[in-house]
Write a protein that binds this ligand. Sequence first.
Ligand code: PMP
Length: 364
Amino acid sequence: SSDRVFNFAAGPATLPENVLKKAQSELYVYQNSGMSVMEMSHRGKEFTAIIQKAEADLRELLAVPENYSVLFLQGGATTQFAAIPLNICAPDDSADFIVTGSWGDKAYKEASKYCKPNLIWSGKSEKYTKIPAFGELKQNVGAKYLHICANETIHGVEFKDYPEVGNEGGVLVADMSSNFCSKKVDVSKFGIIYAGAQKNVGPSGVTIVIIRKDLIGKAQGSTPVMLDYKIHDENNSLYNTPPCYGIYMCGLVFEDLLAQGGLGEVEKKNVKKAGILYDAIDGSKGFYRCPVEKSVRSLMNVPFTLEKSELEAEFIKEAAKEKMVQLKGHRSVGGMRASIYNAMPLAGVEKLVAFMKDFQARHG
Ligand code: PMP
């Protein structure tokens, strides 16, 4: 509608308009319950149906195998940086980390409080613009997990395929916060996939964990009850009061993604949107520049700089006037960043590209 902007924020991020409207239509009174979803018991029949359908739809979207649990938790992806080693490592166990950006680095640092992480590859010296060739990685014998951040939200670096875990008994663990449900993923390759909801699938406050069931039940003795996957698994994510409204919103997004034809179709749209934006950057004769190696550029977060960096503030200001907001890059890297998650329509990216060309014509 005319009072909505194109919101290129990295998260919380734009949500599908039809989902927001559906939520609006059900906000005051949800179906025949006589109350809103925010007011109802998390153990009542309406909310039970909501969370069960959200889980079923997510399982269908990602073809989650039977031997995996789906958990709806709180605390953000950041809490999982600690929960993962607490649940699948003893304090002296090791874990391997490939760090391709700031989020992977945070996960690595947090894990060091609860296990013995090894940094087996870091892209820091190359300003986090690359993913390593998997063949050159030296994984450590006995490492309980190999951690990756599947899409680095700040640096715009995305794994296009995944390393095999070299250790028997070790599993691949992926932070998919910023590319969750943006494309098909073979869940069976992972021990744990986790994601904060607030980029692709809902509002902040919900954290989704997909975990192979045999990894559950081995938490360190000191693990807080709220971080113990076994507790949440046994209680179907209802051990304590869950983020009910957020889970309801995620459910509406999952329904919408299924109605679009599933993640294969969603991926095609994302490839197209990212393609026209990267083409505009690469075709600008250096006026705009994306530092990320082409083969690993993110479909979700597109960082770019202006050759004349003194024009960046003007770019952001003019874009905002045209109702394209939140284009400022992360404070740690500067420049611009356009986050173009599932819910960013093609029209939003086309409008941004047209603006970029016009801006270049005026300032180039
Ligand atoms: N991992 C990634 C890849 C992220 O983008 C973010 C949030 N921007 C986080 C982890 C942290 O998530 P949260 O704020 O939900 O703790």
